[in-house]
Design a protein around this ligand. Structure first.
Ligand SMILES: [Zn+2]
Length: 331
């Protein structure tokens, strides 16, 4: 960025929003967190975002007219070109919400809106684990499994803004395959997302498997608690996570066979908490199931930006889009 300008990137989650003010050297200068409260409706959320942006600018001591652009990542399907949230499953009532236009009305600066996982991947592409690569696949294993795709240096949205939904790759197609949150059966997410891992551990514990988690409230089973169980060699947890690594590896092998990326970035709460255990197992499973794996130069790496990935990616996307919006395009 040129001297003295700054951008704001916002990770607008279903529960909380994280906003970062980023200076011309792409350094995070100010950070703020706030509850999103999406149930209060889009207008109220926009008010909260406006408050956060104003406070960030005040705290930084920057002049407001040096703000170059605002970028937002939202957990859902987004029509990025229109700045509209089409559908956000964790934000009740958020369907066809033109949040980009609503914010633009309040700030008169360019505002971009995109899917949060896409923005996280873009963050890793510009500043983190995928720097220097042009063909990038991202697989993020948290409560569910999200994905994103960069081909020839460009983020791929697809014809319907639905590209990169790697969590819904079907890896099992029997009649009794596990049901996924999307309504289909046999999706990768239904086998290897945190929710499904916890469900499996709970049901096996009820069936009599020995585990340190026999009598707990399974809603409290976080990624860190799972990691502690791995370290203590809990057999049920170890077995379940090993199987999840196999499933994730098989899914990634298909992505390698179809897309032939230079790098696969793995992230999300589950993988970040248990990376030492999971990364080698996933790598081995990918190796076992990919066509001509040994002749490829594909790297499989861990994400680096953690909680800041989405806000940083959203800021960089907003900045790059603001550069391409010449005045003639507005006429
Ligand atoms: Zn699914």
């Amino acid at each position: 960025m040129e001297d003295g300008v700054f951008t704001v990137g916002i990770d607008l989650g279903g529960t909380k929003l994280l906003a970062c003010l980023i200076d011309e050297n792409w350094e995070v200068k100010e950070v703020m967190k706030k509850k999103t409260k999406p149930d209060q409706g889009p207008e109220a959320v926009v008010d909260r975002v406006v408050d956060v942006v104003k406070t960030l600018i005040e705290k930084s001591g920057q002049s407001r007219d040096r703000l170059k652009a605002i970028g937002i990542g939202v957990p859902g399907t987004v029509d990025s070109a229109a700045g509209t949230v089409i559908y956000a499953p964790n934000m009740p009532g958020w369907s066809q919400i033109a949040i980009g236009a609503m914010l633009h009305d309040r700030f008169a600066f360019p505002v971009t809106v995109d899917n949060d996982v896409n923005m996280g991947l873009l963050g890793e592409y510009h500043f983190g684990a995928a720097r220097g690569y042009n063909y990038v696949v991202g697989v993020f294993v948290g409560t569910g499994i999200g994905g994103g795709l960069i081909m020839d240096g460009k983020l791929v949205h697809g014809a319907n803004n639905l590209a990169g939904e790697f969590g819904h790759m079907v890896i099992q197609r029997k009649a009794n395959s596990r049901e996924c949150g999307c309504g289909n059966r046999g999706c990768l997410e239904a086998y290897a997302g945190r929710k499904s891992i916890v469900q499996k551990i709970a049901s096996r514990a009820r069936d009599g498997y020995t585990s340190m988690f026999k009598d707990i409230d399974f809603n409290t089973l976080t990624s860190n608690k799972l990691n502690n169980a791995l370290i203590q060699k809990d057999r049920l947890v170890t077995k379940t996570i090993k199987t999840a690594c196999q499933d994730i590896g098989v899914g990634i092998a298909s992505l390698l066979n179809i897309l032939d990326p230079e790098v696969v970035v793995l992230g999300g709460g589950i993988i970040e908490a248990m990376s030492d255990f999971m990364m080698p197992l996933i790598h081995q499973a990918v190796k076992n199931h990919t066509l001509s794996y040994d002749t490829r130069k594909t790297q499989i790496v861990l994400s680096q930006l953690g909680d800041y990935a989405i806000a940083l990616g959203a800021a960089s996307y907003a900045f790059s889009q603001s550069q391409t919006l010449s005045p003639s395009r507005h006429l």
